[in-house]
Ligand binder design. Structure first.
Ligand SMILES: NC(=O)c1ccc[n+]([C@@H]2O[C@H](COP(=O)([O-])OP(=O)(O)OC[C@H]3O[C@@H](n4cnc5c(N)ncnc54)[C@H](OP(=O)(O)O)[C@@H]3O)[C@@H](O)[C@H]2O)c1
Length: 331
């Protein structure tokens, strides 16, 4: 039985990775923090492992007591930090620490999958409207994206370190809490748009992303990076339209000028240090929302790994809505 360590196993995407790894008969080690919720990690076959990436010595001792992992999916990542340094600490420094310990213990896996993001490359050109490609020069527009890119650059600079970098676009599905805000707004008959420019958006349903990750992990290919989306491009209204169809709601559509939304973000961010939490609408998010071209080229994923996304937005939103309703996250 091959052993796989999945970090960030307590999160939205990580919890589904753990389920898929079990389904594929791996011996599954779920990397979590002391504070992590284990609500989705209750299967008795899962071996929970507390990993503290901040302390190299503690991490070394911990990993030394664990078996060799054939595969490691480093999925842990900070998506909403209070300040720029937080992203760099969690996403870059901790990745560096983790890999340094693996190398020093001679525990380099057969493949190290790094969960990056389309944000590491940033949006595509807003005028040419071409999809972002691996050969493009990365131009992240957020600290989050910069921190992911810094990790990518570190990983790709290593010698004899077999990696695959996965760069998903926006991921949605059951258990996801940020886009849930959009579902809730629409459920209250309201749709908000930032700015007035036409947007070109991409999405991937969580189970398709998980398929892509395992295809990449189980293939013989190493040392490549892949963007992941469902292969379609959607305009700014289509995500909402799909939700409206599922919820059978009519909405009032409000287009808010970017400056106004930025002001709201500044005001909501003002409370973040008291609440110790970054609000869903924050200044980093605005940079993403006001970017108009989030197309990405998934052709290499189709060619190399025969990836066949099963979910378009309508099908994915249908399943997501059903799950939100079942779990009473949506009334
Ligand atoms: N969701 C998307 O649309 C999307 C798109 C592109 C890429 N990604 C990437 O996919 C990965 C998973 O994201 P997600 O959407 O599932 O987010 P999530 O639900 O917030 O999960 C993040 C996971 O990372 C863990 N984590 C965060 N900071 C950590 C730290 N400093 N040390 C150890 N563990 C830490 C969290 O642990 P706790 O549970 O203890 O907080 C959680 O298990 C991330 O790397 C993210 O950047 C996500």
């Amino acid at each position: 039985m091959k052993k796989v360590l999945i970090t960030g196993a307590s999160g939205f995407i990580g919890s589904f990775m753990v389920e898929e790894a079990l389904r594929r008969n791996y011996d599954v080690y779920a990397g979590i923090r002391k504070s992590s919720s284990t609500i989705y990690l209750t299967d008795t076959r899962i071996k929970l492992v507390e990993l503290d990436f901040s302390d190299v010595e503690v991490l070394r001792e911990k990993l030394n007591k664990l078996p060799y992992f054939d595969y490691i999916i480093h999925n842990a990542g900070l998506t909403k930090g209070l300040k720029k340094q937080d992203y760099f600490t969690s996403n870059y420094e901790y990745t560096k620490n983790f890999i340094a310990v693996l190398i020093s213990l001679n525990r380099i896996p057969k493949k190290f999958i790094y969960m990056s993001s389309l944000a590491a490359f940033g949006p595509g050109d807003p005028l040419l409207l071409q999809a972002v490609k691996v050969s493009d020069r990365p131009q992240p527009v957020t600290s989050y994206g910069e921190s992911k890119l810094a990790s990518e650059n570190f990983i790709t600079s290593l010698l004899n370190f077999p990696y695959i970098i996965i760069r998903p676009t926006a991921v949605y599905g059951p258990r996801e809490k940020d886009l849930l805000t959009v579902f809730k707004l629409i459920n209250s008959n309201l749709e908000l748009f930032v700015g007035f420019k036409k947007q070109h958006l991409t999405f991937v349903y969580v189970s398709d992303l998980i398929t892509a990750v395992f295809l990449a992990m189980e293939s013989t290919i190493i040392n490549r990076g892949y963007f992941v989306s469902d292969g379609h491009v959607y305009d700014g209204k289509m995500f909402g339209n799909s939700i409206k169809m599922q919820l059978q709601k009519k909405t009032l559509r409000l287009h808010l000028p970017v400056v106004f939304v930025r002001l709201i973000a500044i005001l909501s961010e003002a409370t973040k240090y008291i609440r110790r939490k970054q609000p869903v609408l924050n200044l980093e998010k605005i940079k993403e929302l006001e970017s108009t071209n989030w197309k990405c080229d998934i052709q290499p994923l189709l060619d190399d790994l025969n990836f066949k996304p099963e979910y378009n937005l309508d099908r994915g939103i249908q399943e997501t809505t059903a799950w939100y309703r079942k779990e009473k996250w949506l009334k």
